[in-house]
Structure formats: C-alpha cells, structure tokens
Design a protein around this ligand. Structure first.
Ligand SMILES: Cc1cc2nc3c(=O)[nH]c(=O)nc-3n(C[C@H](O)[C@H](O)[C@H](O)COP(=O)(O)OP(=O)(O)OC[C@H]3O[C@@H](n4cnc5c(N)ncnc54)[C@H](O)[C@@H]3O)c2cc1C
Length: 297
C-alpha cells in the first residue's frame, strides 16, 4: 500500500486500519486506506485520487449503521469526521458539516434556543449519515427539519438539493441512489426556550439508555418498520420468541428484538447469519419479508 497516492492532500491517511475501531458494531477487518480529509477540497481530491488509482471508495460517517466484512475493505474508506463545523445564520438556518455528530448539532441548536433537531440528541452517527439514511426517531425524520443539502456530485461539482425537490421518504433519501457525497446539511429551526429544549433532549437520552441502546455494541434497528405488517419489526420478531437468540457472538438484544448486539467477539458473518435466520423465521411465520436497514459494506 502506497500512501503517496494521497500526497499533497490535506488529510490524515492510514493504511490497514481496522474498521472495528470506526463502527458502533465494533466489527470489521482492515481497510486498505483510511483517509480523513480536513476540508472539502481534500475530500474531493481524495476521492479523485482513489478513482484515478482504480480503487473503490466508501464514505463513512459515524459508522453507526454499517457492517464491514471481517476480511476488511479493499479500497479507500473516506471518513468525514474532520468536516464538522456548525453555525447558525440570523434567519434561523443552521448549517452542519457532514461529519458533525448529529447529537452535537441537536445540542448546539437547543443550547441557543432553536428547536427542530432535539429528537436526534444522543442518536449515534454523523449529520451526513443521518441525511443519507433519513434517520428517524420520536416521530421525526431528519428530512422534516432539513431545508437543503450541499453535496458533491459524481463529476466533482458542488451542488445544492432543496428538500422540497423531493426524494425523501421513510428511511429514504436521494443520496441512496444519486451517488452524491453530502457535505453540509442546512436545517430550518424555529424559536424555542433553551432550558426546555435541553430538558426534552435529556428525556430522549434517558429513554435510549433505558432501552439498552448503549449497553452493547450495535448498529441500532436491523430492520425497517413496515406499516403494512401491522406491528413494528421488533414486535414481530419478539412474538416468535427470538429475543436473546444467539449466533456465534451476535445476539438479538434482550432489550429490543429489532437490535442485534455484538457480545464481544461477533464476526460480520455471525451478524449476517442471524439476520438471515430472522428473515426466514418471520417469512415462514407471517409471510412478511423484513427489509434490512443496516448496510452491508
Ligand atoms: C445505539 C444506536 C441507536 C440508533 N438509533 C437510531 C434511531 O433512533 N433512528 C435511526 O434512524 N437510526 C438509528 N441508529 C442508526 C444510526 O444511528 C443512523 O442510521 C445514523 O444516521 C447513521 O449515521 P452514520 O454517520 O453513523 O452513518 P454510517 O453508518 O457511517 O453510514 C451509513 C450510510 O450513509 C452513508 N454516508 C455517511 N455519510 C455520508 C456522506 N457524507 N455522504 C454520503 N453518504 C454518506 C454511508 O456511505 C453509508 O452508506 C442507531 C444506531 C445505534 C448504534
């Protein structure tokens, strides 16, 4: 591996970097290259360098929704964690860099008395990842507060997409199909009382703690919900008595049946086998095909 590929680019470059260190599942073998750009220009150049070298590229936010293979990633993982500026315009528009933790963005907004993002406090992951996934919690999707997204298209142009242009739906965003790299989210916030917003946020954090979200390494909900099934996916799995079911080091959480936890030594294959088993058992028992939410890299 030749770090020289990225010479002159304002980025931290590591080789053979274990992805288990960068994912909330704490699973995944080494990436050939792990590049952390310090600015947008560096991100653009890092992607160009990878393409020119014929290497595939993966954009990593907080690693809270992904499963990397045990064999690692043969290519370049570009991590956005260096792009985390947050600022508020006088008109209430809040700008957040793609690498800013979405929880920090919520904390920032609430602490200056701006409402709209408090639901995302203590949810793991970055702003870019939350937009890509159109993350949702406490009856709010990130697209509800999102006014526009600045992104890098496949030709290296910096473009703006207004949320009103469409393409966002339940756990869906246009970036899942257009290949764009999200650079910044621009959120429309409304006036609120900082102390009340901060108190509301603490409630969400406590709720997540009580639901065991942080008890073991995991990647949040494994399957999307589907209204047509009549019940949340976790409830369907629970009804089959699968809570606590284990494959190798991967286990269906005792707290919540739609979460798979890494008990310490889970491999990516353990997780995949458990996901398959759940899908087969649910299909046999109910006829429903659960749709996976976590992303296999
Ligand atoms: C304990 C726990 C609780 C959770 N609770 C929730 C919840 O309540 N609601 C919910 O919706 N999710 C939840 N999740 C899942 C996760 O937090 C979200 O999906 C989050 O939005 C993922 O963000 P990330 O930055 O970690 O994305 P990553 O896992 O790093 O990446 C996810 C996808 O986004 C892409 N991506 C990331 N950044 C960019 C970018 N800048 N440009 C283009 N593509 C990008 C990646 O390539 C990948 O395809 C939970 C996870 C955990 C571990």
């Amino acid at each position: 591996m030749d770090k020289g590929l990225f010479t002159g680019i304002n980025a931290k470059v590591l080789t053979h970097e274990d992805m288990s260190l960068h994912t909330t599942f704490k699973i995944g073998g080494p990436a050939d290259y792990f590049v952390v750009p310090n600015d947008i220009e560096a991100l653009k150049k890092a992607r160009e360098a990878a393409i020119q070298a014929g290497l595939k590229c993966f954009i990593l936010g907080g690693g809270a929704n992904v499963l990397f293979p045990d064999a690692g990633y043969h290519g370049v993982v570009i991590a956005t964690e260096g792009l985390k500026q947050i600022f508020l315009e006088t008109n209430g528009l809040l700008h957040a860099g793609c690498g800013a933790a979405i929880s920090d963005v919520a904390q920032f907004a609430s602490s200056v008395g701006r409402a709209g993002l408090q639901f995302f406090y203590s949810m793991p992951g970055s702003t870019g990842g939350a937009i890509y996934m159109n993350a949702r919690c406490y009856n709010a999707s990130i697209s509800d507060a999102l006014k526009a997204v600045v992104y890098l298209d496949g030709d290296g142009n910096i473009c703006t997409l207004e949320t009103a242009e469409g393409g966002f739906d339940y756990k869906k965003s246009p970036f899942q199909t257009n290949g764009g790299i999200i650079l910044e989210g621009i959120f429309a916030t409304t006036g609120g009382v900082a102390a009340e917003l901060l108190q509301e946020m603490e409630g969400y954090k406590k709720d997540r703690e009580a639901k065991g979200h942080f008890a073991y390494p995991c990647a949040g909900s494994v399957f999307k919900n589907n209204r047509a099934f009549g019940l949340p996916s976790g409830k369907i799995i629970d009804n089959l008595g699968l809570r606590g079911y284990t494959v190798g080091g991967a286990k269906i959480s005792e707290y919540h049946a739609n979460i798979i936890v890494n008990c310490g030594n889970a491999t990516a294959q353990d997780v995949k086998d458990l996901v398959n088993l759940i899908q087969v058992r649910v299909k046999e028992a109910t006829g429903f095909q659960l749709e996976r939410e976590i992303i296999y890299v």
